[in-house]
Design a protein around this ligand. Structure first.
Ligand code: NAD
Length: 342
């Protein structure tokens, strides 16, 4: 089912609102004259129902071949020992960098926010090395978790963040850590990232912050930050905080990037409460599509898409219900396509 010409890219409709917003994305990308030739593949709950696997081999093969995917949200069934498909994808393709830009589109609590969080995606406290130690009659008397940061992994994510900053004409990188307490685990991350920063000192400013102070500063004066690079756990928390500064997860795109593959997605989930009702806001997925265009060297098309999204969202009639408007999912798509063609 691949379109014959263009850059092959895997398209995963996903679950819940996924197919509705992916449908809009495909129509919008057509109107934009996007370079992608989509290869539609399944993952998530609907894949489990059809093939007995949340992440079928054909889907993995397709991503291995294309090295690129735009992914709708996936429902992870609760219980039954299911591992998150997102974590499986990250590990399968060694997607070590998670990039989450946050930009004010609709002025709200904070105006003129323009931040990018780069999170290490494979190491730290999320490696899943956890166990209990029994004492007396209590099998769960003590819980333990091991965090693992490697110098190579820290260097790789720091280099990614500094390169990203240079490529995107950013001015500063802030290294976020907790080296005063987790002296080995995040001290090594800080030391390594600072060493990497020296190589960029002629082009970029860089500094560092302890994570708790950074969280407070993000609320008091977020404009002082530009690109933030952090370890897995801190990056996870701060990236949602940053999404909150610009109106929540509904507007937040994310990219998971490795050496051989990159997967682009909305940060939100499958929203089962509104699935099938035409209420879903496709903005986050479309903004993820813009990141994907940047990634394949099409920044002009990416910017055209972002400008069109901004313009439609600037009108009351262009907003979906989550933003207090009356536009349906497909109506939002129609307005965007009109703007792109106009
Ligand atoms: P959710 O993000 O799906 O929904 C939270 C709230 O935000 C809901 O009220 C929902 O209606 C609303 N919402 C989310 N996206 C929206 C959009 N585009 N437009 C309008 N409203 C939107 O989070 P949840 O309910 O905690 O999770 C539901 C399922 O999604 C779970 O199975 C979870 O595992 C999965 N999930 C998947 C991903 C992913 O694939 N990347 C991420 C998060 C959650």
């Amino acid at each position: 089912n691949a379109t014959p010409h263009g850059i092959p890219a895997t398209l995963i409709p996903g679950d819940g609102i996924g197919p509705e917003i992916v449908d809009v994305a495909v129509r919008v990308f057509d109107a934009l004259g996007s370079p992608f030739a989509w290869e539609t593949q399944q993952a998530g709950l609907n894949a489990l129902e059809k093939s007995g696997d949340l992440l079928p081999a054909e889907t993995l093969d397709s991503i291995r071949r294309t090295g690129l995917a735009l992914k709708g949200p996936l429902t992870t069934p609760v219980g039954g020992g299911f591992r998150s498909v997102n974590v499986r994808l990250r590990e399968a393709f060694q997607l070590y960098a998670n990039v989450r830009p946050a930009r004010t589109i609709i002025p709200g609590r904070y105006d003129k926010i323009d931040l990018v969080l780069v999170r290490e995606n494979l190491e730290g406290l999320y490696v899943g090395h956890e166990h209990y130690v029994p004492i007396g009659g209590d099998p769960h008397a003590v819980a333990m978790a091991t965090g693992i940061n490697t110098r190579a992994g820290s260097r790789r994510i720091a280099r990614f963040a500094f390169d990203y900053a240079v490529r995107n004409q950013r001015r500063k990188v802030t290294i976020v850590h907790k080296a005063n307490v987790l002296k080995a685990l995040t001290g090594m991350f800080l030391e390594t990232a600072k060493e990497v920063g020296l190589d960029y000192a002629d082009r970029l400013e860089y500094d560092d912050r302890i994570v708790d102070a950074c969280a407070m500063q993000l609320v008091l004066n977020p404009w002082q930050f530009d690109v933030i690079v952090s370890t897995n756990l801190f990056g996870d928390i701060l990236s949602d905080q940053i999404a909150g500064l610009v109106g929540g997860l509904g507007m937040a795109p994310g990219a998971n990037i490795g050496e051989d593959a990159a997967i682009f997605e909305a940060v939100h989930g499958s929203a089962p409460d509104i699935a099938g009702k035409g209420l879903a806001n496709p903005s986050a997925l479309l903004l993820a599509g813009a990141l994907m265009l940047d990634h394949v060297g099409k920044p002009a098309q990416a910017q055209k898409l972002r400008d069109a999204i901004d313009a439609v969202l600037a009108t009351d009639s262009g907003r979906t219900a989550d933003l207090g408007g009356g536009a349906s999912t497909s109506k939002f798509g129609d307005l965007l396509i009109e703007r792109l063609r106009g």
